[in-house]
Design a binder for this molecule. Structure first.
Ligand SMILES: *Cc1c(COP(=O)(O)O)cnc(C)c1O
Length: 500
């Protein structure tokens, strides 16, 4: 009897229930068959992404399907899968689609998807203990040390994403400047008032990290950008001097390797010089940009990254690993360890047996239970190879240049920021003079209309107070024809709206 075919076949007999109460099926063969159907369906979906809308509005009746009360009885696996296929899959955000250029999101890959299935089947908990999955995570750390030219003593940890990775860096930097006693005494007892620095181009999660770490966002100095959208280093220097003159303690500076708005790379080498001279922790938010170390063309522009004290980045963006897979690498591994390690008795370490293999990942961050994010990352790097992944990064940057050329050839369109990497900010300008408000409204409308068309999905951002259409080329599936569609549709919608 199958536990998985239809709702009516789900009742286990009373005797079976008493002898064998488990979540495993009584009939593995029908599970296998249903599993193969599920695998086929998701591979069919992936292979046909080109023909599907990037996004479509969710009908209210579909939303309402997910407000049912807690189901006390079972359903068949087949019927739950059918619900997924009909009610969930068609209404996702579409970041796997070739028309998706919104925000900075990776497209995932078939290899990563299959690896995630294996990881889930193994159900490894990577908080610690002596197990091979941790060697896979350490292999990734090993590769990242090599990529960023970090020493053997550098530590690293998988986390949800760059937001969490950036926060961890703030905590390690705090311990460096205040010493281990801050873990017991907190910030309030310290005579030092800490100040951090970043640029106006930094991601919002830097400010959030300063907030969450209890330092107060009033103590994050947001340094202005220069005309290349890089941190203004003259202002940085002056601000540090002013803060010192007021008796404050500068401790942390976050540079950006690929800003979220326009893809600018700070002058990392120059920031490293300032950090060294001023005894500041030099952190880099390289959420997507750090992976450009895999591109022979772009890597030289990241010069200085090898001097960072810590780098936060994501495998789920430019490296196309399925969500989520963020990472933090810290040059001083023992300081990183001492920031988080705790002596809980139930986490006692041994020299042999399962409780061996110390230090454990839970000694390097706030998570105890952790999934096997390393496996999908390992499969991605192993199967495609670093060079191929680097070529995808180059391809997306080439597409950004292609889009820029097309925009510059159209008098009705205007570039809004330089194209440093893979992000293009532009707007529809029209043929006649209209007010700034009208322009903002028109461009915001164009973006929303594009989303609803399902053809292509850029996002909107604001650059110096002006709304820009922002196309971030991250997804490996974007092709020139998707860029052509973007330009055609922006022109069509803009002309329609302004009656040009
Ligand atoms: C995406 C991004 C982040 C946040 O990363 P998550 O993985 O979403 O937490 C931080 N900084 C930059 C520059 C980003 O692009």
């Amino acid at each position: 009897m199958s536990n998985f075919q239809t709702d009516s076949q789900n009742d286990l007999s009373a005797s079976e229930n008493t002898t064998r109460n488990t979540l495993d099926p009584s009939d593995w063969q029908s599970l296998r068959e249903q599993g193969h159907r599920m695998l086929d369906d998701i591979i069919d979906h992936m292979s046909a992404l080109h023909d599907k809308p990037v996004w479509q509005p969710i009908p209210q009746v579909k939303r309402d399907l997910f407000t049912e009360p807690l189901p006390h009885g079972p359903s068949s696996l087949a019927s739950a899968h059918q619900r997924f296929m009909e009610d969930v899959l068609p209404y996702s955000v579409g970041n796997a689609s070739p028309g998706f250029m919104g925000w900075v999101q990776g497209g995932g890959s078939p290899v990563g998807m299959l690896a995630e299935m294996l990881a889930s089947g193994l159900n490894a908990n990577l908080g610690g203990r002596d197990q091979m999955p941790l060697e896979v995570e350490r292999q990734i750390l090993h590769w990242m040390r090599e990529l960023f030219h970090f020493p053997e003593s550098a530590s690293g940890l998988f986390v949800t994403g760059a937001s969490m990775a950036n926060m961890i860096s703030v905590l390690v930097a705090r311990n460096r400047i205040l010493g281990q006693s801050v873990r017991r005494q907190g910030l309030a007892d310290s005579p030092k008032k800490l100040v951090a620095y970043t640029s106006a181009g930094a991601h919002g999660c830097i400010m959030q990290a300063i907030d969450l770490c209890g330092m107060g966002t009033d103590y994050l100095r947001v340094i202005e950008l220069d005309d290349q959208y890089q941190m203004n280093l003259v202002q940085l220097k002056q601000t540090i001097d002013n803060d010192r003159a007021q008796g404050l303690t500068p401790f942390f500076i976050a540079g950006s390797a690929g800003t979220v708005d326009v893809g600018a790379i700070d002058d990392l080498d120059a920031i490293a010089d300032i950090a060294a001279a001023e005894n500041l922790w030099f952190h880099i938010d390289g959420a997507f940009g750090a992976m450009a170390m895999l591109s022979k063309k772009i890597a030289p522009r990241l010069k200085g990254i090898e001097r960072a004290d810590s780098i936060a980045f994501d495998f789920h963006k430019w490296l196309q690993v399925p969500y989520d897979a963020g990472f933090i690498i810290v040059r001083d591994g023992s300081l990183h360890h001492d920031t988080f390690a705790s002596p809980a008795t139930y986490l006692r370490r041994e020299t042999r047996g399962l409780a061996g293999g110390s230090p454990w990942p839970c000694d390097f961050g706030p998570d105890l239970s952790r999934g096997f994010r390393a496996l999908k990352t390992w499969f991605t790097i192993k199967v495609y190879g670093a060079d191929k992944l680097g070529s995808i990064i180059d391809k997306t940057c080439d597409l950004a240049q292609y889009l820029k050329t097309k925009i510059e050839a159209q008098s009705e369109l205007e570039m809004m920021a330089p194209v440093a990497l893979n992000v293009v900010c532009f707007r529809y300008l029209g043929k006649n003079n209209i007010t700034a408000d009208q322009l903002n409204e028109t461009n915001a409308d164009i973006v929303a209309d594009l989303h609803e068309s399902g053809l292509v999905a850029p996002s909107a951002t604001s650059i110096n107070g002006q709304i820009a259409i922002r196309a971030a080329m991250v997804n490996h599936r974007i092709e020139q024809r998707n860029v052509d569609i973007l330009v055609e549709q922006v022109l069509r919608l803009g002309r329609l709206k302004l009656k040009d």
